[in-house]
Design a binder for this molecule. Structure first.
Ligand code: ATP
Length: 353
């Protein structure tokens, strides 16, 4: 939660599903509560229903009958977007290209009748907050993509919305700029403390920005949790593989003990079955001396990925395992290596139990 959590409205959607006129079931009935000041990220692959959910919250889409949207406990399902006090930013900026930066930012304030002096003060504050000072008098078509997206953000928050809705706002930018803006956006959201719902298909963005993440798949909510919960305790193989690299391993269970190749682990949770699917993240496996480790394999490939190397080891009786190793580790294709896995790093996937 943000430092000065508490600005904006709390949001609740109840039983909000959406079937479009052509019969497409974009969203199965979903219920979610978003706390005042929270940043909630809707994460999932293309077509999973993220934008539809956001549009229902915005008031751009009406949920199927039985669905309700509440802001601060008040039913706004029938309230049109312009009366919901939401700020929105899309992937495409939707700014007025012929107007200046300042006029774009101040637009919502002007149509709400905010006096000129106050408008100017608010614009100055937002220009500083979004790092576009000095560009106030430029026209939008004279700005770079990153600058335009900052203006779009400043414009969305200028009206002090109850809820800020962001739909893939960084997707159109190149990787380096996206990273930079992600950091700026994180600071901006934290300093504003406005309830924010953020749509992305990028798991790194979701982890960095979300107080909580809603992982969606095929029009349904697959899991809701903090970034750490989603990453370390995924409830399904889909979530495990969507939010990061994952080794998925079939495991035998004998007398309540999970037997993975190279070790037996007693894992909490009253397991009375004979088979499970376990997940181990690549960075939780250590490469060790083959003479002391109980699990062994042969290095099949090594790829340098910048801050570490991704090593694939086969023959560990599990199928190939992906392992993240420090760059300094001297590892070559064909090496025989030992592997060490901590019991805490192994996650049994409940869905498959
Ligand atoms: P993306 O990341 O590609 O934007 P998304 O997760 O935001 O995807 P939605 O835009 O919510 O997904 O779409 C969910 C499903 O509903 C898709 O199959 C889409 O084609 C369909 N859909 C969206 N809008 C309409 C519409 N107006 N009429 C019919 N089908 C629609």
């Amino acid at each position: 939660m943000k430092a000065d959590a508490g600005r904006g409205a709390s949001v609740r959607i109840e039983n909000c599903g959406k079937t479009f006129a052509d019969g497409t079931r974009a969203l199965q009935p979903a219920t979610l509560a978003i706390a005042r000041g929270e940043t909630l990220v809707l994460l999932g692959p293309s077509g999973c229903g993220k934008t539809t959910m956001l549009r229902i919250i915005a008031g751009l889409e009406v949920p199927d009958s039985g669905g309700r949207v509440l802001f601060d406990g008040a039913d706004v399902t029938a309230v049109p977007i312009e009366k919901r006090n939401v700020g929105m930013v899309f992937q495409s900026y939707a700014l007025f290209p012929n107007m200046t930066v300042a006029d774009n930012i101040g637009y919502g304030l002007k149509i709400r009748g905010v006096a000129k002096a106050e408008r100017a003060a608010r614009i100055a504050e937002l220009v500083a907050l979004t790092n576009i000072a000095g560009l106030e008098h430029r026209r939008i078509d004279q700005l770079s993509g990153g600058q335009r997206q900052r203006v779009a953000l400043a414009r969305a928050v200028a009206i002090r919305p109850a809820v800020l809705l962001l739909d893939e706002p960084l997707t159109a930018l190149d990787a380096a700029l996206r990273d930079k803006l992600r950091g700026e956006l994180d600071r901006l959201l934290r300093s504003l403390g406005i309830t924010t719902i953020y749509v992305t298909h990028d798991q790194a963005e979701a982890m960095a920005l979300g107080d909580r993440i809603v992982v969606m798949s095929k029009g349904a909510i697959a899991q809701v949790g903090t970034p750490r919960e989603i990453y370390f305790q995924p409830v399904s193989r889909f979530v495990a593989e969507f939010v990061g690299a994952a080794n998925i391993i079939e495991a035998e269970i004998v007398d309540g003990v999970v037997r993975l190749p190279g070790g037996h682990w007693r894992i909490a949770g009253g397991i009375n079955r004979t088979h499970a699917v376990a997940m181990i993240r690549p960075e939780t496996i250590r490469i060790a001396d083959p003479d002391t480790a109980s699990l062994h394999g042969i290095v099949e490939s090594v790829s340098f990925v910048g801050d570490r190397q991704r090593v694939v080891v086969s023959g560990a009786a599990t199928g190939p395992l992906s392992i993240d190793a420090p760059n300094a580790a001297p590892i070559g294709i064909g090496d025989r290596v030992g592997l060490v896995v901590d019991a805490e790093a192994i996650r049994l996937l409940p869905e498959q139990l």
